[in-house]
Design a protein around this ligand. Structure first.
Ligand code: ASP
Length: 309
């Protein structure tokens, strides 16, 4: 399988076999991510970290992953401090990063920005989120989390809850979970439903995702509940946001009839959609999921830069 030198723009660019290979290889990264073992397989390599949109976990975990593998990081988290402010095009910024580094991680508010970047860079491009589009590395770490918790993905009843219209993590994840044979239920406010395009992608693998407004019932049957926040920054009209704000909340009452081994995930940040009291329950896995981000990003960097353990 060829992961070396590859762009990671959409999870759809990878076959099931390739995803399985990445997930299996990621397990090898666990002791390195924990700091129990040391490696410098990426010594001499430089990663450009270009964040045109806010980020905590994705940016820091890519940086941490690169450092743990012995590589170095350059970049910015605030585009207003770059020549973008002077009117430089994305293509030219990418050309510069390409000249300065071996791999480029980009987050951008525009859908398709990572695909465009890949056209202008010789170095591999990793999409760290493009607007309301896709978030493939989050998807891989989500799959890794489900696999670690549930041993397999096929047959699990997985509920995707929240802003399914603008949430890029659920767009990537719904596709990948369908590829692996999970049973999907979508729960969202009426105006934030999963886009038809993503539903059609899910159906390609024979899956029949269902949509419901009945969160209580969906949670009762669920093996995994994947919660997302409402993506306030994507709303053109704040009056529309005000209508859906606080529309759903996962708390102890909701979980009363849940399966004992229900796993709750969230790509974070959370705003108010998961009550703090849930953190103390055995269901909460969102902080473990964060940690899995390091493991997965170490695996990806090492596979793409062709320096594997
Ligand atoms: N951190 C995730 C993302 O960048 C989820 C979110 O922001 O709600 O898409």
């Amino acid at each position: 399988m060829k992961t070396e030198n590859r762009d990671v723009v959409s999870i759809k660019d990878f076959s099931k076999k390739e995803i399985e290979h990445i997930l299996t290889y990621a397990k090898k990264m666990v002791p390195y991510a924990k700091g129990e073992k040391y490696t410098d397989i990426l010594k001499g390599k430089i990663l450009s970290s270009l964040f045109f949109e806010p980020s905590t976990r994705t940016r820091l975990s890519f940086e941490s992953a690169m450092h743990r593998l012995g590589g170095r990081v350059i970049g910015f988290a605030e585009p207003s401090a770059t020549s973008q402010k002077k009117g430089e095009s994305l293509a030219d910024t990418i050309r510069m990063a390409d000249a300065y580094s071996d791999i480029i991680v980009i987050r951008h508010p525009q859908e398709g920005a990572a695909r465009l970047a890949a056209m202008f860079a010789e170095s591999p491009i990793i999409n760290a989120g493009d607007g309301a589009g896709r978030h493939p590395t989050q998807c891989l770490l989500d799959l890794f989390t489900i696999l670690t918790e549930k041993k397999n993905i096929k047959g699990n009843k997985i509920v995707l809850l929240g802003d399914l219209k603008y949430g890029r993590t659920v767009h990537s994840l719904a596709y990948a979970l369908s590829l692996f044979g999970a049973e999907l239920t979508f729960v969202s406010p009426e105006t934030l439903k999963m886009p038809k395009e993503v539903i059609n992608e899910c159906k390609e693998f024979g899956g029949e995702p269902t949509s419901t407004a009945n969160l209580e019932k969906a949670v009762k049957d669920a093996d995994v509940l994947y919660v997302t926040r409402i993506q306030k920054e994507r709303f053109a009209d704040m009056a529309e946001y005000a209508k859906v704000k606080g529309a759903y909340r996962v708390d102890l009452d909701l979980l009363e009839n849940a399966k004992k081994d229900l796993v709750i995930m969230h790509p974070l940040p959370r705003v108010d959609e998961i009550a703090d009291e849930v953190d103390e329950t055995p269901h909460a896995r969102y902080f473990q999921q964060v940690w899995n981000g390091i493991v997965m990003r170490m695996a990806l960097l090492s596979l793409i830069l062709g320096a594997t353990e």
